[in-house]
Ligand binder design. Structure first.
Ligand code: PLP
Length: 444
């Protein structure tokens, strides 16, 4: 039999360089060939608290020695502690939780809850989910149906045909307008979609508060989310905030919706919830909605691994660590420095079309022509060239799609490091990404 190879694990078109990572500490990964890599992607935007925390390893051993599985309908001390801790994180009233093994499963739970809620209220026709172009909500069929990105391509023929509106963005706007002074209101697109499909046909609107990997980070204008929330409220459409990527301090607040004081009906989380120490996702739902469903006899089936005690214990401790070390505040403070340094180092680079983001959530859009924003042809594989060039220099940046005018095109990389990085790491990221862009340009 041949030696096992990590190639056997990867079932992905265009997989990036193969690496065998043996251990990790803080923001650094150590590979089998002796390399140290600064993980400025925090993995897949996951490792908010950094890796290698002994207290979590000790906690895992303690919990596992005592208890490893409890059927999801019962309590366990770990479950109760997590619920208590999380209630201090989620927006007021979003105090009913459902836990999953990851983000996609949590998205499915959110979509199903919204559809079930309206049915139980005697409105079964309210079943469409409106979402946005340039969005990623996960890899299951429901999540792909509610998303708009190139990952849909092979499944387009079986996906549910749900309406999509443009995202809120003001860089390469398809109407050629830019904020401020822009007279196109992106939220108006939701209003028009509601008019077109009928409020009585729409169960929910779902979006990432700040677009992540499918647009290379797109923070919206300040007016956008309050307007969206108002339209949803007025039309009895549930608002689902997909905070799988933006949640738990990534954008400098507990959740991104907190920036605009918007309270969704359902908030979806994952990634930073456990900081990558164990797989887990969640939805936090407005308690009034759950009460109404329960009063109407609703029943919401669990997954076998819903609220696994070990994952609950770990995520409760991860949140406690974030509070103890003030990592949300740190994300805002160090992230502002990171953004300033990226702009200083890279904004004049011939390949850089835009640098945008906030806190520890930054995207660098890469273009073939700066004035027009024309993207590189996909065959050139520009994102991959940059990621590989950075990796050769000991830096991992997260590959993303840019927001070229044709939605879903273009190249971008995301700089989303663990929230624990310091000034030395910020310098390294800015310098090495500059060199990687130089190399990618020279390779053309
Ligand atoms: C915004 C968003 N939603 C949902 C998901 C799906 O999460 P998972 O990969 O844990 O299934 C992701 C993953 O990247 C995401 O970024």
């Amino acid at each position: 039999m041949s030696e096992p190879s990590s190639h056997q694990l990867v079932f992905m078109r265009g997989a990036f360089s193969q690496l065998l990572i043996e251990r990790a500490e803080g923001a650094y990964l150590y590979s089998s060939d002796g390399r140290r890599i600064l993980d400025a992607g925090a993995g897949a935007v996951v490792v908010n608290i950094g890796q290698g925390r002994a207290e979590l390893a000790e906690l895992a051993a303690e919990v596992m020695g005592r208890l490893n599985y409890v059927v999801p309908i019962w309590g366990s001390p770990e479950r109760l502690r997590l619920i208590e801790r999380l209630s201090g994180w989620t927006p007021p009233g979003l105090s009913r939780f459902f836990f999953t093994s990851g983000g996609s499963e949590a998205i499915e739970a959110a979509l199903k809850f919204a559809i079930m809620y309206h049915k139980l209220q005697g409105r079964p026709a309210k079943r469409k989910i409106v979402s946005r172009h340039l969005s990623y909500h996960g890899n299951t069929l429901g999540a792909l149906s509610a998303a708009s990105n190139r990952r849909r391509a092979d499944y387009e023929h079986v996906l549910i045909d749900w309406p999509k509106i443009p995202p809120s963005y003001c860089y390469r706007c398809p109407w050629g307008k830019r904020y401020p002074g822009c007279d196109i209101d992106c939220a108006q697109a939701l209003e028009e979609t509601v008019r077109c499909h009928g409020a009585d046909a729409i169960a929910a609107f779902m979006a990432e508060p700040m677009v992540g990997s499918s647009g290379g980070v797109i923070p919206p204008v300040a007016e956008y989310w309050p307007r969206i929330a108002e339209i949803c409220r007025r039309n009895d459409i549930l608002l689902i905030a997909d905070e799988v990527m933006t949640g738990f301090g990534r954008t400098g607040s507990r959740f991104a919706v907190d920036h605009w004081n918007v309270r969704p009906d359902i908030l979806v989380g994952g990634k930073g919830l456990t900081g990558g120490y164990l797989p887990m996702g969640m939805i936090a739902v407005d308690e009034r909605l759950v009460d109404q469903c329960e009063a109407a006899g609703g029943d919401f089936m669990f997954y076998t691994y819903s609220s696994h005690p070990l994952a609950c214990a770990i995520s409760e401790r991860v949140l406690a660590i974030m509070e103890r070390e003030r990592l949300v505040e740190r994300s805002a403070e160090m992230g502002a420095r990171l953004g300033a340094r990226l702009k200083e180092q890279l904004s004049g680079h011939p390949l850089v079309g835009d640098i945008r983001g906030t806190a520890m959530f930054w995207g660098v859009e890469v273009v073939a022509e700066r004035n027009s924003g024309r993207p590189f042809d996909r065959e050139i594989g520009m994102t991959r060239r940059i990621v590989d060039a950075a990796l050769r220099r000991g830096l991992f940046v997260y590959p993303a799609t840019g927001m070229a005018r044709e939605w879903g095109g273009g190249d971008a990389v995301m700089i989303t490091p663990p929230l624990v990085i310091g000034q030395d790491e910020i310098e390294f990221i800015a310098n090495v990404l500059g060199e990687a862009l130089d190399e990618a340009q020279a390779s053309l």
